[in-house]
Design a protein around this ligand. Structure first.
Ligand code: IPM
Ligand code: MG
Length: 364
């Protein structure tokens, strides 16, 4: 099997963590005799500097011609000026939109090995294992109107949280499908006590729920959810939510896993099926972390787990995905840690060494 992968490393720590994931992919290739053809493309800040666009046409064409996109991170303080017309992040947003990747799967897994190093009481978080399905191509990020203007009294700006029932339906349905194959509980997160778009979200979710009587549905307000994912994280199985809510809640949820450097994600255009190959974009949730870029200290585990999601959903290689995930778990058990998840008595390693150790474990 020949699988075409577009590799978009992007900015900051993107290239470093992607390099480690590619070592893992090479190992998987040797182990399974599958051929992965990699083509690198520009995106984000580097793309703006070299081509004037955060998503050059060539990169979009490359993504379209591939079976999957492996994505690092975008963002650079050079582009922080709010007056700028184009930002590195625009490249990622345009990719998601152009490729129709409406569902962002963000699994949150608390490894037993990291429970004691976490800032929470071990008994509260041990065994937590849930998955966010974040809507990715609508809501506040893309809704119109979205603009700035000036009136005599001063400057004004608007973003719109807009949703159609079709956008809500396909996302929620995907959430139900995942829940059906897991512990059969779905939490739909909204702000229906205030927002009209949330009231529509709740209504549509209740409609879709009729097709899934075996799944227990609960609705939860987003502010309550922000609290509950830290207080009773084990109560959750699958959560579906609007774009911005999902962005915020998943950064928060990463604290349970010990670090943002532990959370992978997959952006898909339909219900994932492990046995069929489907296009997807795969990225760690952590972003470009410019402050630690180039220092060989970033945690590559999120990207390596992201690669595992790619193997599962876009390559129809669930066994190989499991192989990678188990290797990560074993390396944690052996006591290896990058700085972000370091605790007393463990062995601190850099980005490259962590990658090497995981590759070695896959081969073992
Ligand atoms: C994420 C990131 C992006 C987002 C940024 C880089 C545009 O924070 O993937 O969570 O807000 O979606
Ligand atoms: Mg984010």
């Amino acid at each position: 099997m020949n699988i075409k992968i577009a590799v978009l490393s992007g900015d900051g720590i993107g290239p470093e963590v992607i390099a480690e994931a590619l070592k893992v992919l090479e190992m998987v290739g040797q182990y399974t005799c599958h051929e992965f053809s990699l083509t690198h493309g520009l995106v984000g800040g580097e793309a703006i500097e070299r081509t004037g666009s955060a998503l050059p046409d060539e990169t979009l064409a490359l993504a379209r011609a591939s079976d999957a996109v492996l994505f690092g991170a975008v963002g650079d303080p050079k582009f922080d000026d709010p007056g700028l017309k184009m930002r590195p992040e625009d490249g990622l947003l345009a990719l998601r939109k152009e490729l129709g990747l409406f569902a962002n799967l963000r699994p949150v897994m608390v490894y037993d090995e990291l429970v004691d190093g976490a800032i929470f009481k071990p008994d509260i978080i041990r065994g937590a294992d849930f998955i966010f399905v974040r809507e990715l191509t609508g809501g506040l990020y893309f809704g119109q109107p979205k603009k700035r203007w000036t009136v005599p009294e001063g400057r004004r700006a608007v973003d719109s949280m807009a949703y159609s029932e079709q956008e809500i339906e396909r996302l929620v349905r995907l959430g139900f499908e995942l829940a059906r194959a897991r512990r059969r509980k779905l939490t739909s997160v909204d702000k229906a006590n205030v927002l009209e778009s949330s009231r529509l979200w709740r209504e549509v979710t209740n409609d879709v729920a009729r097709d899934y009587p075996e799944v227990a549905l609960e609705h939860m307000l987003v502010d309550t959810c922000a609290m509950r994912i830290l207080l009773t994280p084990r109560d959750f199985d699958v959560l579906v939510t609007e774009n911005t809510f999902g962005d915020i809640l998943t950064d928060e949820a990463s604290l349970l896993a010990g670090s943002m450097g532990m959370l992978p994600s997959a952006s898909l255009a339909g219900v994932p099926r492990e046995v069929e190959r489907a296009f997807g974009l795969y990225e760690p949730i952590h972003g470009s972390a410019p402050a630690i870029a180039g220092k060989d200290i970033a945690n590559p585990i999120a990207t390596i787990l992201t690669l595992a999601m790619m193997l599962r959903y876009s390559c129809a290689l669930p066994e190989e995905a499991g192989l990678v995930e188990r290797a990560v778990a074993r390396v944690l058990k052996m006591g290896y840690r990058t700085g972000d998840i370091m605790s007393e008595g463990k062995k601190q390693v850099g980005t490259k060494e962590m990658g090497d150790i995981i590759v070695r474990e896959i081969a073992a």
